[in-house]
Write a protein that binds this ligand. Structure first.
Ligand SMILES: Cc1cc2nc3c(=O)[nH]c(=O)nc-3n(C[C@H](O)[C@H](O)[C@H](O)COP(=O)(O)OP(=O)(O)OC[C@H]3O[C@@H](n4cnc5c(N)ncnc54)[C@H](O)[C@@H]3O)c2cc1C
Length: 388
């Protein structure tokens, strides 16, 4: 991909800037009606859900990594809403576009894009995390439905979600070969959702129990026994979602703002401190390398080529960079680094949101497959090393 700003790209950026100036102001953040109206206008202009066909509620644009980056940068700068947050738009929509039936796409994608229906992800179980293929939640075909029994754990936001996409065992074949990918309505008597309170006081995760829960026969994505293949499509998107290069850059920019605003005993502002400057300079090189890797991946997508092990490298790199951003931020914040974390919101990051980023930099090394597992897969698939 050519990263120079051609006249066409500059004109496009100007178009996006005028759209944002006319349609959004950051004080509307959190107003769900205003966000919904803004998203509808952004889709109509082709700035949101660019790869989703128009018949499912998207903007239906061909891939164009340079323009996509312009949109991300300018929307972030204006604190404007992008895709509805969560696993529905980030993971299930691309999975359904690759593997779903026409009926499934038409029924499930539009309300995900508008935020009317929220989803949870049901992969992990009490005895199956990294070794996902050992999962035991079972679905048995009965009449025109599936009867589901078992338990999922660490399902993010399941208490707020209406539906779950889940990997379950449907076939007699062992491990990967016996799994299917089911869509399940959580609002039914056979389902119990129990939020798990974390040490920060947040309740982001849930345990979800199924006791003779039912899902219709045609709510299976892919064929019975093909769940592993379908789930890999979701995992690939999850690794991009979790390790976004644009996010690394935004966090680094926030860190520079923090260094400018904090005073150190030795050197005035953090930015004037030679040790902090050295650490920031070293980190900036890695952030830029991650950004270029993201652009390379976008180019491959534009050309319809497989990204291979890049999504894994993306996730691992994004996690390591976030931890390094937090390490420098914590040194700048000194005792303020220990305040109670508060949820992220658009606009400048305050101390409590820095603390939240610190906690998230730890959980990110686990979510979507641990860093150890990413390293294992990268060494085998990416570098061709023998299995341990
Ligand atoms: C913030 C967050 C959100 C999450 N959201 C969801 C969700 O929405 N839905 C969902 O299904 N799950 C979710 N998870 C769960 C997540 O996918 C699992 O926690 C993760 O896959 C690890 O599984 P585990 O916790 O069982 O750890 P284990 O698999 O028991 O691993 C424990 C430790 O052993 C190491 N280890 C295990 N096997 C190997 C190996 N072969 N080689 C080297 N090291 C190994 C791991 O790296 C880890 O350090 C979430 C987790 C987090 C932290």
């Amino acid at each position: 991909m050519d990263l120079t700003d051609t006249d066409e790209v500059l004109a496009f950026a100007e178009e996006v800037r005028s759209f944002l100036a006319a349609e959004w102001s950051p004080d509307r953040s959190g107003d769900s009606q205003a966000e919904r109206r803004f998203r509808a206008a952004a889709i109509a202009r082709g700035y949101l859900y660019r790869h989703v066909p128009a018949r499912y509620g998207g903007a239906e644009h061909p891939r164009d990594g340079r323009r996509e980056q312009v949109i991300i940068d300018l929307f972030t700068e204006a604190c404007a809403p992008r895709a509805v947050p969560g696993v529905g738009s980030a993971l299930l929509v691309p999975t359904l576009l690759e593997h779903g039936t026409d009926w499934q796409k038409a029924r499930f994608i539009p309300p995900i894009l508008t935020g009317e229906e929220l989803w949870a992800q049901g992969y992990s179980e009490p005895e199956a995390g990294s070794d996902l293929a050992s999962l035991t939640t079972r679905a048995v075909r009965s009449g025109d439905g599936w009867i589901i029994d078992g338990a999922k754990i660490w399902s993010s936001n399941a208490h707020r979600a209406r539906f779950m996409f889940a990997l379950v065992r449907t076939e007699a074949s062992p491990r990967h070969a016996g799994l299917s990918y089911l869509l399940i309505d959580l609002h039914q008597t056979g389902v119990t959702v129990r939020p798990i309170r974390q040490m920060t006081g947040a309740d982001g995760f849930c345990e979800v129990r199924f006791e003779r829960a039912v899902t219709p026969a045609d709510w299976i994505v892919g064929a019975p026994g093909e769940g592993w293949k379908v789930s890999h499509s979701t995992l690939k998107h999850e690794r991009d979602f979790v390790g976004s290069a644009a996010e690394s850059r935004a966090q680094f920019d926030d860190l520079i703002r923090l260094a400018r605003s904090r005073m150190t005993v030795e050197a005035g502002t953090g930015l004037a401190d030679p040790v902090i400057r050295q650490r920031l300079a070293a980190l900036e090189g890695r952030v830029e390398a991650h950004f270029c890797m993201g652009q390379h991946q976008a180019t491959l997508a534009e050309e319809g080529r497989d990204a291979g092990a890049l999504p894994m490298l993306n996730k691992l790199t994004g996690t390591l960079l976030m931890q390094e951003v937090w390490a420098i931020a914590a040194d700048l914040l000194e005792e303020d680094a220990g305040v109670t974390p508060a949820r992220e919101r658009p606009g400048p990051r305050d101390t409590a949101q820095w603390a939240e980023l610190g906690m998230r930099s730890l959980s990110r090394a686990i979510a979507g497959g641990t860093s150890n597992i990413q390293r294992d897969i990268l060494s085998i698939r990416g570098l061709g090393l023998p299995k341990a």
